[in-house]
Design a protein around this ligand. Structure first.
Ligand code: FAD
Length: 539
């Protein structure tokens, strides 16, 4: 599905090799979440690796992940059951071979993390596993109760630091992938704090830039999740797939002024109830699994109840939990609630849904390859076919781990095969000076996030999607032709690009499937829509 955007320009910034500092590496990894870190470790077996991240190492979705990582670790469990649960949740759009590959690589890679020092919670010398909504067996490994992402990331960072041939560069903003005329990725142009614009020429580039949650006003994602990788891959000619599928998390803390901190669904897994503003438990009215229903169903039920009770939120009730156990099992949430004077043994926790996980992304094959030579993608930025139309909780850390290793291995192999090499390329890309009248990009970003929440949110309608497309197109007309010299501007341009792709895909899919719910087409339509939507700029 070609989707050339208005105000299209191949590169957001001018490129001039005669006046820009240049660096060289075998393998460039963009992003330091679970996918990028794991990829870097693997590629470093034989390659010189440069690992860049736009903020500090701790600024990633990975670092914030709470509940855990899914993997078949229990004797009662089996690969086939984990595969079946993933396929069931994916609503007909998973790629079964990919699901089987990810699931069967899980146990080895999670145990390897333990060997590398990830401090998973243990019981009788084995990794302690719990159960979560959508999983038929206990298979969620967690660290420090609800600090799993941090526990994993710290272990991976330690491992990365042990490797003398990985050069970590923080506060390096990747702006564009540089490609040749015959569609090979040659590296990137980026902006490094303290040094300015730099070009990195790389034999292979691995995109691991994470998700797009910041496109929404309400989100669990940290500030870095502005869809940069999706935007730059699209401009480079990569195929993007399933962009209509944004997963919303049902329960984030709703206290005015607080960021939307996630309240893990493990709480519901362990017996928390959802109550409306009249104190009534409502989930049994919506699904037989009540609070353990899939995320999309719980999110819509909460929204429906908020509308019918004219309330801005609902409540999680954990008053029946043992207070000491709660504090030990969920230390982050305990601390968070305490900081807002919420005593969980007495008070209800106010919650509402938020944008959480980008299912769609850069289309990759079984070996993490994109359609651009020498460009690989892994983690949340990629669309591997694992999740289909809905992500099973705790499968995304697993995907980043498995496909991070695959991407790193493939990139290293490609380099060894001598299929390509890093080289200096002379390049001059000029951009006519645009109207530099003052533009408040923060205002555009905030307006975009509000629009996406209102019109491209948990429930969607054709009319609202068309309206959003028109408004985004209008904003693009005067934002995309500007040349910015700061990350806020480049992020704003990426957000607009990706928002328009998401909105377009959501308008075209006139059915409801997985996390994509159309009020005007509430039924799943397999006859017409049992397939993926792909978008690229190649017309
Ligand atoms: C609050 C929260 C809780 C979650 N809980 C769970 C859970 O319990 N289990 C689970 O499986 N999943 C969970 N998820 C989802 C999971 O954390 C993510 O899907 C996963 O961590 C993504 O990993 P990643 O490596 O692809 O991306 P990330 O971890 O997001 O890393 C992306 C990296 O790219 C960098 N980057 C981005 N743009 C640029 C740029 N332009 N230039 C340079 N660097 C850039 C970022 O700074 C960051 O380092 C949760 C997510 C959130 C937000």
């Amino acid at each position: 599905m070609p989707s050339k955007q208005p105000e299209y320009r191949r590169y957001l910034v001018p490129i001039d090799t005669s006046s820009t500092q240049q660096l060289f590496c075998d393998c460039l990894v963009i992003g330091a979440g679970i996918a990028g870190l794991r990829a870097a470790i693997e590629a470093a077996e034989t390659n010189n690796v440069m690992l860049v991240t736009k903020a500090a190492l701790a600024d990633s979705n990975t670092w914030n992940a709470q509940g855990g990582i899914a993997s078949v670790l229990g004797e009662e469990d089996s690969i086939e059951e984990h595969v079946a649960d993933t396929l069931q949740t994916g609503c007909g759009l998973c790629d079964e071979d990919t699901v089987r590959r990810v699931v069967s690589n899980g146990p080895e890679l999670v145990r390897q993390l333990l060997d590398w020092g990830a401090d998973f919670d243990m019981i009788n010398g084995r990794i302690d596993i719990t159960r979560e909504g959508g999983h038929s067996k206990a298979r969620i490994a967690h660290a420090h109760g609800d600090s799993t992402g941090r526990g994993i990331a710290e272990a991976l960072v330690r491992k990365v630091r042990e490797k003398h041939n990985i050069n970590i560069i923080e506060r390096f903003f990747a702006i564009e992938l540089i490609t040749s005329k015959d569609k090979q990725c040659l590296g990137i142009i980026g902006y490094r704090a303290g040094s300015g614009f730099q070009i990195v020429w790389a034999a292979n580039t691995i995109l691991a830039t994470g998700g797009a949650g910041r496109l929404y006003r309400e989100t669990t994602n940290p500030a870095v999740a502005t869809a940069d990788g999706l935007g730059m891959a699209y401009r480079a000619g990569a195929v993007l797939r399933d962009m209509e599928f944004m997963q919303f998390h049902p329960t984030t803390l709703y206290v005015a002024g607080a960021s939307r901190a996630l309240i893990t669904e493990t709480l519901r897994g362990e017996g928390a109830y959802l109550l409306d503003n009249k104190g009534r438990r409502f989930m049994p009215e919506y699904h037989e699994a009540a609070e353990l229903a899939p995320r999309d169903i719980v999110s819509r039920a909460i929204l429906d109840r908020m509308l019918s009770t004219k309330s801005t939120h609902v409540y999680l009730d954990v008053r029946h939990f043992d207070k000491n156990h709660f504090a030990k099992r969920f230390p982050l949430i305990s601390e968070l609630c305490e900081s807002f004077d919420i005593d969980v043994s007495v008070d209800l926790i106010p919650v509402r849904p938020s944008a959480h996980y980008m299912i769609g992304g850069v289309k990759t094959d079984f070996e993490a390859r994109t359609n651009i030579a020498n460009l690989y993608a892994c983690g949340e930025v990629a669309s591997t076919g694992l999740h289909g139309a809905n992500r099973l909780g705790s499968n995304s850390l697993l995907e980043g781990l498995v496909f991070g290793r695959i991407a790193g291995r493939q990139a290293a192999q490609n380099r060894r095969d001598g299929a390509n090499g890093m080289a200096y390329h002379h390049m001059k890309y000029q951009i006519p000076v645009s109207d530099r009248s003052h533009l408040d990009t923060d205002d555009v970003r905030n307006s975009l996030r509000a629009l996406m929440w209102r019109n491209v949110g948990i429930t969607r309608k054709g009319r609202h999607l068309e309206e959003a497309e028109d408004i985004i197109r209008f904003w693009q007309r005067y934002v995309m032709d500007k040349v910015f010299d700061c990350s806020r501007g480049w992020e704003c341009q990426n957000m607009l690009t990706v928002a328009s792709l998401m909105t377009r895909a959501a308008r075209i899919r006139t059915e409801s499937r997985g996390v994509h719910y159309r009020q005007d087409y509430p039924k799943r339509n397999d006859a017409k829509f049992a397939h993926h939507f792909e978008q690229s700029d190649t017309e």
